[in-house]
Write a protein that binds this ligand. Sequence first.
Ligand SMILES: C[S@@+](CC[C@H](N)C(=O)[O-])C[C@H]1O[C@@H](n2cnc3c(N)ncnc32)[C@H](O)[C@@H]1O
Length: 193
Amino acid sequence: MQENTYTPGYSAPVLSFMGRRTAETHGGFFLPRLRVGWRLLDAGCGPGTITLGLARAVEPGQVVGIDIEESQFASARERAEREGLNVEFRRASVYELPFQDASFDAVFSHALLEHLRDASAALVEMRRVLKPGGLIGVRAEDAGGALIDAASDGPAQAFAAYLATRRAIPKILTTWAANSGGCCGKPTSRLTA
Ligand SMILES: C[S@@+](CC[C@H](N)C(=O)[O-])C[C@H]1O[C@@H](n2cnc3c(N)ncnc32)[C@H](O)[C@@H]1O
């Protein structure tokens, strides 16, 4: 089993930051491609606010949100129940998805791959559960255009080191896609807060 180290953690500010995301603001490239009735997987769904929007797009189809941290799902689970959405949240790792081969029409993942030790392995696993001809939508950080304006050189140096570690960030998605059998298309937009 792959090691999971997720450095941002699950503090209230982190969850509140992510909980403001919606399918429209952070998955807008994917929504128009979805079809009513599809079964969709949201891998690394976090607090699940994007997941709920995806569920509205495919309802009455089912959306399954998986994440390694169960504690994040509570609020989204309640909202899904209140709204009558067909959503299931499960604790699982993207490296070992607890689903049969070819069991989803679409797989979505937002802001997950850049946190993984082996993003290519995750993409291969996402592809395994995707039906032939199915759709994968991945959005991951492109920090190549970041601007830093700080009183000292420290933050800029830290960020430069971060970028060096991560190497050619804008190219990462295409590399991952190629390494995992070409299951993804071109990088789309920048990650927004
Ligand atoms: C930056 S958050 C993104 C959450 C959500 N997709 C969003 O954009 O609001 C990354 C999430 O990936 C989850 N994660 C990290 N490693 C994972 C793994 N191996 N399998 C599944 N989820 C993982 C973390 O627990 C965290 O909730």
